[in-house]
Design a protein around this ligand. Structure first.
Ligand SMILES: N[C@@H](CCC(=O)N[C@@H](CS)C(=O)NCC(=O)O)C(=O)O
Length: 209
């Protein structure tokens, strides 16, 4: 398998899940800060022009949420999801869906305000409104934390996603993680995990070139 990724992009979510699964994966750098997502060879794989892309024996998978479900099911021995409990699986996917469709998209408004209004005068206002929305999302996520992991006692593929969405607070002045005490503790726990430390170190090496 090949993972097309960009350092500290949302592809990091999938990168951590694959590392947790013990998957044999080759990394292919697609640096979105350098426009790698516009490369014709990459567009042939994902016409949407976004990382992550996971190229498997069966074909190409895109979308973090879908790839997380695939990793959990393709590597059942890693126990990254409640595969034998449909209700608990749906609860996990509800969190992943909220992260994908609300939190992730709110960050997109903060990091890429120019995509949402042509007039540069509007960009600070888009960013300010998105920062308020992000704060509301994170307060909700902070309040729902019960166990050591996103879904409680068991670590799942929702953890890499919740971790990256929390860790991005440090990007471009988006916010202060310590304002969300439960998420802050959780993020520290995640940063102590072997897979997370390895992925961050590997991606940092690619970033430095
Ligand atoms: N809905 C997609 C979003 C993917 C996405 O936004 N990827 C970003 C990196 S976090 C990207 O490739 N950005 C390049 C761009 O926006 O041009 C998913 O969940 O995979």
């Amino acid at each position: 398998m090949k993972l097309f990724f960009s350092p500290n992009a949302c592809s990091r979510v999938v990168h951590i899940a694959l590392e947790d699964a013990g998957a044999d994966v080759k990394l292919v750098l697609t640096d979105t800060r350098a426009g790698g997502q516009h490369d014709p060879a990459f567009r042939a794989l994902n016409p949407k022009g976004r990382v992550p892309v996971l190229a498997t024996d069966r074909g190409v998978l895109t979308e973090v949420l879908a790839i997380l479900g695939y990793v959990a099911q393709a590597y059942p021995q890693a126990r990254l999801a409640p595969l034998d409990d449909p209700f608990a699986f749906a609860e996990m996917q509800a969190l992943n869906s909220f992260l994908a469709s609300s939190v992730h998209v709110t960050y997109a408004h903060i990091f890429r305000a120019a995509r949402y209004a042509e007039d540069p005068v509007a960009h600070p206002s888009i960013k300010a409104t998105a920062l308020e929305a992000l704060d509301a999302h994170l307060r909700y996520l902070d309040g729902r934390m019960k166990g050591p992991w996103a879904m409680g006692d068991a670590y799942t593929v929702a953890d890499p996603y919740l971790f990256v969405m929390t860790d991005w607070l440090a990007r471009d002045g988006a916010g202060d993680e310590t304002r969300y005490a439960n998420l802050h503790d959780y993020a520290k726990r995640m940063r102590d995990r072997r897979a997370v430390r390895k992925v961050i170190a590997v991606e940092d090496r690619y970033r430095r070139g």
